[in-house]
Ligand binder design. Structure first.
Ligand code: BG6
Length: 463
């Protein structure tokens, strides 16, 4: 980032900014990342001064930054942070923002929309009063739009203002180390790549479980729910990387092409009841800014099929939920038993909190007996301090990519469009079938109906 480049965050007092963005900026500074030396303008409605904001943000950095907090590093970063108070939903206030930019000599803009998608259009409208804004870049958070129609309208507006090549649709799961590792584990190991198909695999389970609830984000989340907040983007990205054919080249464009083919081959669950379970944690309706009669799902589990030569007939189970008994994101590949009664081989790609690979296979019990027992190999990549230090977090990686103008590690419009079509259709099926949203106790594994869904098909979640 050169001196004149200005990085502006809309939603500067929100959870995402404090928890992820500012700590990522700190990590980049601490790692000596020279690209980031421009001004950081943080926009919020609350009554902070730049000084009080910097102090508060510093406390979050201390808690959430990957690299050890060092005052001298934070102070240097903080000098570049300016808090600008405005109501970003009020178009008139953008003239003031324009004047402020002139005053600080801001020119090459990167805007980060860390706000709910219903505000994106308003901000774009407001930025029309800001000189030079249209030639800047914009990073937007998911979900992009609230359904396919809204997403299409928004896309047209954003592309008209910023131009298609200046839009960075962030899916931070694409920046996670182990998500990027899936391709290597698959394609660089013949022991896996040669048997990566429905002929050898019984099912694949992708789980993104969280211990936290909606915290301070009830207002956003209650309009979104697990299907739109996690499935439509993060989990579909991972599913398509796991299921795609080997890309023709090393570039991410080639990978996108293959991912798109998988998305297009996704089949609608046949009967919603047997292929989809939604849940809501007890106490959710009492969360701040949540409707007291809300039917929003905080848990979703789906049984999906990818109808192509490789995967025809093999189920993918994907699930995500909040307020569960543990935080865990993983891809478990359950291979078919060679003969009935012999335990299955399982490959588990651990994405977080531990990063690593676990493999379960069969051996003979040592000694006289001829019994088969399971051997469990557990490779922990993140247990090494050096690996921890050298592995940038998703937001660091993706912010860096945006600054360098590398759009390839961001979601592309055609992916978003296709996954919306799918998610809209399954929601519709769910609503028209008036299927229940089951209640589950916080701190448990989620609704028992999700376990039942697998049991019906002779499977169980790999935990
Ligand atoms: C965000 C969702 O995209 O991802 C949140 O909006 C969720 O609801 C978060 O908590 C999970 O991210 P991570 O990196 O902690 O797995």
């Amino acid at each position: 980032m050169n001196k004149e480049q200005t990085f502006t965050i809309f939603g500067g007092t929100g959870d995402l900014t404090f928890r992820k963005l500012i700590p990522a900026l700190y990590n980049m500074a601490a790692a000596g990342n020279e690209q980031l030396n421009g001004r950081i303008v943080v926009i919020g409605r609350r009554d902070y001064t730049s000084e009080s904001y910097r102090k508060l943000a510093g406390e979050w950095v201390e808690k959430f930054a990957r690299l050890t907090y060092r005052e001298e590093i934070y102070d240097k970063l903080a000098e570049r942070i300016v808090y600008y108070r405005m109501d970003f939903t009020d178009e008139d206030e953008y003239r003031g923002l324009d004047a402020f930019y002139t005053e600080i000599g801001a020119r090459a803009h990167i805007f980060y929309f860390a706000v709910a998608p219903r505000f994106f259009g308003t901000i774009v409208q407001g930025l029309k009063s800001v000189h030079g804004a249209g030639s800047g870049k914009v990073v937007i958070e998911k979900p992009f739009g609230e359904n396919l129609l809204a997403a299409e309208e928004l896309n047209v507006r954003m592309e008209a203002f910023f131009g298609p090549d200046h839009i960075y649709r962030i899916d931070h799961y694409l920046g996670k180390e182990m998500v990027r590792n899936i391709q290597t584990i698959r394609f660089a190991n013949p022991i896996f790549s040669n048997i990566w198909d429905a002929g050898h695999i019984e099912c694949i389970q992708i789980s993104a479980l969280e211990e936290v609830g909606v915290e301070t984000r009830g207002g956003y989340y209650d309009h979104s729910g697990a299907l739109k907040d996690m499935m439509q983007n993060h989990l579909f990205q991972i599913l398509t990387i796991v299921a795609m054919e080997r890309p023709e080249g090393p570039g991410v464009e080639e990978m996108h092409r293959e991912q798109m083919k998988v998305l297009k081959a996704l089949c609608m669950p046949e009967a919603a009841a047997g292929s989809m379970v939604l849940g809501q944690y007890g106490g959710y309706r009492k969360e701040q800014a949540v409707d007291e009669n809300s039917a929003t799902e905080t848990y979703a589990a789906l049984r999906l099929f990818v109808e192509n030569d490789r995967w025809g007939g093999m189920p993918f189970y994907i699930r995500t939920g909040k307020k569960l008994r543990k935080r865990e994101m993983q891809v478990a590949v359950v291979f078919k038993s060679p003969v009935p009664g012999v335990p299955q081989n399982i490959l588990n790609i651990k994405i977080q909190p531990t990063e690593g690979v676990y493999l379960q296979f069969n051996i003979k019990r040592p000694g006289e007996a001829d019994e088969i027992i399971q051997a469990k190999m557990d490779f922990c990549q993140s247990c090494s301090y050096i690996n921890q230090m050298n592995t940038p977090e998703a937001y660091e990686r993706l912010l860096g990519a945006c600054i360098r103008g590398e759009r390839s590690w961001f979601s592309q419009w055609d992916q978003i469009e296709t996954s919306w079509k799918y998610v809209d259709a399954i929601r519709e099926q769910y609503v028209s079938g008036s299927l229940p949203v089951y209640s589950y106790e916080p701190g448990t594994a989620g609704p028992k109906e999700a376990d039942e869904m697998l049991r019906q098909h002779g499977h169980a979640w790999f935990d």
